[in-house]
Design a protein around this ligand. Structure first.
Ligand SMILES: [Ca+2]
Ligand SMILES: [Ca+2]
Ligand SMILES: [Ca+2]
Length: 380
């Protein structure tokens, strides 16, 4: 149960020690409230990404937000898919009637060959069925569920919020804004129209919009009061050094700044001019690196399974990104938290709850998880 920190303070001030209230005060988040749990693409640990059934499962598990990634159909309808490319998360490649629809497009500077949502009408999209993209996860729901429109996601979330009596939010991501604009199918005004129809136009609305690009967030800031979040992408080398990737809109205009530049104090101060929060990849908060403890000149296979993955990396953080963001008034959300042991640094000893507990202790304001139930269990 969430208790506003001011109430907790007042209760303690009048001498009514209450363990639950006292524990609330330990949250080092911007508001003093517990870390918000977001169902990343729904509940993809158990269900195919971006289906109404998956989002509903996340809400049933207690997630406070669900995350639809947004792309656009040929006839201009916002749908929820992780990418404009459809082959990873639907059965499109098995449909002979769509074989000729496969094409190569330039996306974020690279040639990509796939089936693109922008070449399909919504009616055609509705003939597809969702599938689980990761081979290590349960495929028993493949072929059952439809690709939802954004309007259907909003309606479902409102229904579930009413049914459960809880506030349930949506956390839409504008996918590849520059790519969609170049197709003549820009996302932003379509998104604002749908949110306005839902009555969600204010900072207090149960909506947070996120983007890996910067220019479209600045555009949105001039058009809406709903909360905006700057996503910060990354990759980290064996020595724990963050790679200098860039927002694609920076590439287009020749701005040399990188994602790591966005989480410096100067970068965070600029984000604060157009966004409410920042959402870096979790390695910006808790970096990891490989190690050569036996000094043989090669990075060690720490768990001895003849493969290198996260289990062969150790934590070298934490960084000051959360404190620096809080200092300028930005909340910090991060991603993606997952249960599979091979995705967890050696320090966590195959226990996903240990990772959650670490970032909760750091005052992280919110996180995206493929298993909302695990995040909430660790938060109790
Ligand atoms: Ca996303
Ligand atoms: Ca070694
Ligand atoms: Ca290993």
């Amino acid at each position: 149960m969430r208790v506003p920190v001011l109430i907790a303070l007042a209760a303690l001030a009048v001498g009514t020690p209450d363990l639950a209230l006292a524990q609330q005060m330990q949250w080092k988040t911007l508001t003093g409230l517990p870390t918000t749990v977001v169902g990343h693409r729904g509940f993809p640990g158990l269900m195919p990404d971006h289906t109404l059934e998956g989002y509903r499962r996340a809400i049933e598990a207690g997630a406070e937000f669900v995350e639809p990634d947004l792309v656009v159909t040929k006839d201009g309808v916002l749908i929820a898919r992780h990418e404009p490319m459809l082959s990873q998360t639907t059965d499109v490649s098995e449909r002979p009637e769509f074989a000729s629809r496969k094409s190569t497009k330039k996306m974020d500077g690279a040639d990509v060959t796939d089936w693109f949502a922008s070449d399909f009408t919504l009616a055609e999209i509705k003939t597809l069925r969702a599938k689980q993209p990761l081979p290590e996860r349960d495929a028993s729901h493949n072929g059952k569920y439809l690709v939802p429109t954004f309007e259907e996601v909003i309606a479902m979330v409102k229904f579930e919020a009413g049914r459960t009596g809880r506030t349930v939010g949506i956390y839409p991501e504008t996918k590849h804004p520059t790519f969609h604009a170049a197709l003549g199918l820009p996302l932003e005004d379509r998104l604002l129209t749908a949110l306005a129809a839902a009555g969600w136009t204010e900072k207090s609305s149960p909506v947070i919009i996120q983007s890996f690009e910067t220019a479209n967030l600045k555009y949105l800031r001039g058009k809406t009061n709903v909360r905006l979040v700057q996503l910060v992408d990354g990759g980290i080398d064996p020595n724990g050094v963050m790679m200098p990737r860039q927002p694609y809109d920076f590439v287009v205009i020749g701005d040399k700044r990188t994602y790591p530049d966005l989480v410096t104090k100067a970068g965070l101060a600029e984000i604060k001019t157009y966004a409410d929060g920042v959402s870096p990849w979790k390695a910006y908060l808790i970096p990891t690196r490989q190690v050569d403890r036996n000094n043989d000149g090669r990075m060690d296979d720490l768990n001895g399974d003849n493969a290198m993955d996260e289990r062969d990396r150790v934590l070298v953080g934490p960084t000051t990104v959360i404190q620096d963001a809080h200092a300028v008034g930005l909340f910090v959300h991060s991603w993606t938290f997952r249960n599979e042991a091979y995705r967890l640094a050696a320090d966590f000893k195959d226990d996903p709850l240990a990772e959650y507990k670490l970032v909760y202790g750091m005052g992280l304001d919110g996180l995206f998880t493929d298993w909302p139930d695990a995040a909430l269990k660790a938060r109790q």
